[in-house]
Write a protein that binds this ligand. Structure first.
Ligand SMILES: Nc1nc2c(ncn2[C@@H]2O[C@H](COP(=O)(O)OP(=O)(O)OP(=O)(O)O)[C@@H](O)[C@H]2O)c(=O)[nH]1
Ligand SMILES: [Mg+2]
Length: 453
């Protein structure tokens, strides 16, 4: 996998992600040989080669129209890993894309295209095992949204057979940037044509998770704590795990093919059980009245699945429906009981017993999808980071409608008043470009609405 990070948000998330990967590799609780295999696997997936001083090079390309953020990331010296200097594509003289999708897409895109391709080609030539791109960007400003969607389109053209996963961070709804809804709308409309799958992460939701369950902190810092939650979610899905039925690996290409069975439905999100560290499980117990595993401080699997099920269904009139879901469980079964003189998993502590997540009421009734296609389960005995047991669910679910609806209606509102349009029209954009973006995303909304019938 090759990571491509765009703009301030994409680069900050990417930097945190690589630090978390190292943290995950270094956490060695558990069986030595499985740790060794897991570490080798992660290293091969995320890193490529080592520097003279022995740091591993992240297999990542950094793209920004201003150097400030990248310089700051480079200054945070990590001893185990670093970025390859030739993979940094930026300019000293420019100062961002002015929160303007059109500036990023029309002007900066063509300017940066060749250098980004040079860096990507260099990485791909170092290893012939890279079969997918993980793109990271925020889509409220001008670089992540405009330049990001231009480059993703250009990667698609150059590498038609590689999988592209685009992770998009949506800004706080309260509106930090006046033009954010235009920028999100225009990015989404471009990216759904080029990427194979999109993971949507909303800053509001990440913030809520960090506040409610983040280690009883009184203050959630932005972007640090929020990026921490986002990166744990990504890692929980992307680190190695095996299909419980046929042992196949959860590589990106495989997951995309399961989660996106039809090109009209490319939006996914990652639901995780509250990110509670072992010291803090009483909080979860109180808030969600779940049962705590008695032998060690972690939440038993069945309680985790119930929580995920509730998240999948909740919402207006319980109408949410999934197209496809992948459950990934990580960690050991600790709570064993004796049955016929044999030690077996306690029923509440069996990660393989996930009936809660395969019940029919969760899924859209579609004759062209089998039960096998709708739900896959991957498991990894090795723990993730500090968690004894960690379940996450990557879901292609009609809940995305609510998010898209809000963005489209806010963007329409500005558009009907002609607000800020001149800033976009300066860069060759016409009303038709806006109208076709509106109609494309409204088409997506209506496809997802169909799932709820
Ligand atoms: N979760 C998260 N969101 C971020 C981060 N940095 C910025 N954002 C969000 O992204 C939005 C702004 O996008 P930026 O990434 O700063 O913009 P950019 O892509 O660099 O584009 P320009 O600066 O306009 O060239 C803000 O509204 C924030 O909500 C981050 O590290 N984490
Ligand atoms: Mg910026």
């Amino acid at each position: 996998m090759l990571t491509v990070q765009f703009g301030q948000c994409g680069n900050q998330i990417g930097g945190k992600l690589y630090s978390k990967i190292i943290e995950d590799i270094k956490s060695t609780r558990g069986n030595e040989s499985s740790n060794h295999e897991y570490a080798e696997n992660s290293t091969a997936k995320w890193f490529q080669g080592t520097s003279k001083s022995g740091s591993m090079y992240a297999r990542a390309v950094l793209v920004d129209t201003e150097k400030k953020v990248i310089n700051k990331i480079l200054k945070q010296k990590e001893d185990k890993w670093c970025y390859r200097a030739s993979n940094i594509v930026s300019t000293d003289y420019s100062s961002g894309s002015a929160n303007n999708w059109a500036y990023g897409f029309v002007k900066k895109g063509p300017e940066f295209e060749e250098s980004v391709h040079d860096a990507v080609r260099y990485e791909l030539e170092l290893s012939d095992t890279v079969d997918s791109f993980l793109c990271l960007s925020g889509c409220a400003g001008g670089t992540g949204s405009g330049l990001g969607s231009f480059i993703i389109q250009s990667l698609r053209d150059e590498y038609p057979k590689k999988s592209i996963l685009s992770t998009l961070l949506l800004p706080f709804g309260s509106g930090e940037i006046a033009t954010q809804n235009y920028n999100i709308l225009l990015s989404l409309a471009k990216i759904i044509d080029s990427a194979d799958m999109v993971v949507v992460m909303e800053n509001d939701k990440l913030h809520d998770e960090a506040v409610k369950f983040g280690n009883l902190k009184s203050h959630v810092s932005f972007p640090n704590d929020i990026n921490e939650v986002a990166c744990q979610k990504l890692l929980s899905v992307l680190q190695a795990a095996n299909d419980v039925d046929n042992n196949s690996l959860n590589d990106l290409e495989h997951m995309v093919s399961k989660l996106v069975p039809h090109p009209a439905y490319k939006f996914t999100s990652i639901e995780t059980v509250p990110l509670v560290l072992p010291s803090n499980t009483s909080l979860l117990e109180k808030s969600w009245s779940v049962q705590k595993d008695s032998s060690i401080n972690s939440i038993n699997w069945q309680a985790q699945f119930k929580y995920l099920r509730r998240n999948l269904l909740s919402g207006n009139l319980n109408q949410r429906r999934s197209l496809a879901n992948i459950l990934i469980t990580r960690g050991v079964n600790s709570d064993k009981v004796k049955k016929n003189n044999k030690l077996v998993c306690h029923q509440l502590d069996d990660p393989y017993n996930c009936d809660e997540l395969i019940k029919n009421d969760i899924y859209a009734q579609l004759h062209w999808l089998t039960d096998y296609d709708k739900f896959r389960h991957f498991h990894q005995n090795r723990r993730l980071l500090n968690y004894d047991k960690f379940s996450s669910l990557i879901t292609n679910n009609s809940a995305v409608n609510k998010t898209l609806d809000v963005i489209v209606s806010k963007a329409w509102n500005s558009y009907t008043y002609g607000a800020f349009l001149h800033q976009y029209k300066k860069f060759e954009m016409e009303d038709d470009d806006f109208l076709s973006a509106f109609s494309k995303i409204e088409g997506v909304i209506s496809s997802y609405n169909e799932l709820e019938r």
